[in-house]
Design a protein around this ligand. Sequence first.
Ligand SMILES: Cc1cc2nc3c(=O)[nH]c(=O)nc-3n(C[C@H](O)[C@H](O)[C@H](O)COP(=O)(O)OP(=O)(O)OC[C@H]3O[C@@H](n4cnc5c(N)ncnc54)[C@H](O)[C@@H]3O)c2cc1C
Length: 488
Amino acid sequence: MADVAVIGAGMGGLAAAARLAHAGHAVTVFEAAPTYGGKLGVTRLGEFTFDTGPSLLTLPHVYRDLFAETGGDLDEHVDIVPVDPLCHYRFPDGSVLDLPHAEHEVAPALAAALGPDAGEQWTRLMSRGRRLWDLVGEPVLHRPLNGVPDLLRHSRNVRDLLAIAPWRTLRGAGRGLADPRLRMLLDRYATYTGSDPRRVPALMTVVPYIEQHHGGWYVQGGLRRLADALHAHCRELGVRFHFAAPVTGIDTDGRGVRGLRVAGESVPADIVVSDADAHHLHRDLLTDPRAARARRALARTQPSLSGFVLLLALHGTTTPRRHHRVLFPADYDAEFDAVFGQRPRPVDDPTVYVCSPDDPTVAPSGHEAWFVLVNAPRHGPVHWDAPGLAKDYADKVLAVLAARGLDVRDRVLHRAIRTPADWERDTGSVGGSLYGSSSNGARAALLRPANRSRVPGLFLVGGSAHPGGGLPLVALSAAIVARLIGPA
Ligand SMILES: Cc1cc2nc3c(=O)[nH]c(=O)nc-3n(C[C@H](O)[C@H](O)[C@H](O)COP(=O)(O)OP(=O)(O)OC[C@H]3O[C@@H](n4cnc5c(N)ncnc54)[C@H](O)[C@@H]3O)c2cc1C
């Protein structure tokens, strides 16, 4: 049995803690914030409850497996329900698409909304997505990946590598789609990894494929319930938690990690698992020279985008009622230029995403709790704490919504704003990046910081390590780390 110290009680840290405790280790979690969940947060405004982070759950079986493999049953704790339609899209020409939850209904819905060829073109692209998923799903997402030689070993033959074609971009993969609205739809999936469709590898075609094949899901009461369930499960497994306990350093010697420093005190540990942002880990917590290479590699990556969030408590209900809405701008590239370009700035005419669950436990009857998200450059390049900026930008986002047919300005009872600076303060992600490093470029997409550090005894989980950000992937990173550490 090893003494394992976990830095951070985000979903990656919690998932790793559950697996390691079930494997017989003594696990203690140190979390800087006063609560667990990390980006999977919750806020209450009056009688309204808001998820402040994730609003769409994909691959729910990853969490079911996590519970089942650690002696629990997720469905005893949460009610995971399908979202149908999965998303309502509004394109710049005013046309709309309700993307169904069921995969077999997608092509007919596309044909009906966008024209007869649209369904067929999309289906062709999705079958490429399925082939890529078959090639990379198992080798890349379920195993550690440590450098290009590893990737080559996992690709069974040259034809596999040609299919993966790491040099092709998602934008390039969409060239076969004749309708610009379909290309816009595809581009949007780059943002699921916080990236730019013009630079993210075509491999990301797996993202819409996974979403459509496995569906999009909601957790009744809000996605935060997933964090509640996993935290409770960890406690049952004997994991100990210290909240408001920021880790300020990792102690190492010639043999490897010796422990942590928490509030000036040394805490011995045989193994350290870090769920903290990999930039923060390498910049602020770790001075060991064996981490120099990882630090240099990280310095070469471009961080993923951040998000500007508006939480709106509204009186009245919107018709038609839709759980997820995406309202596209006229110029999608201008958005990526603003976020990732030489002169980062808040997006002038952003894509607006609205999540408005039809769930009586989050808003009183006749009311709605809206989570509104637009892509945003990180805090740092843009000074999001500048006086007036957040308020003015929130007003602008409401005006954009109104211009696209959703004017709710006279329905607002309460509103709250969360900027990239808030993400940085509350979750320790550098600049408020939502998904660690972006996948802008093939190397960046496939070769994120490895789960096993070169410092013996130090392991990395969570969205900034392999295999990446998003709720399912951070739980998969925990499964990889638990396997690397092994049973007690
Ligand atoms: C607005 C928003 C929308 C999103 N939408 C979706 C979505 O719809 N679907 C989806 O799947 N994903 C979504 N994501 C991404 C998803 O939330 C993350 O990928 C995932 O929750 C990250 O989990 P994590 O454990 O890697 O990191 P985090 O949740 O960031 O947790 C890291 C934890 O470590 C703690 N920590 C950091 N440094 C220290 C330290 N020095 N000492 C102690 N503790 C420390 C932090 O306080 C934090 O609690 C979204 C994220 C945001 C913010």
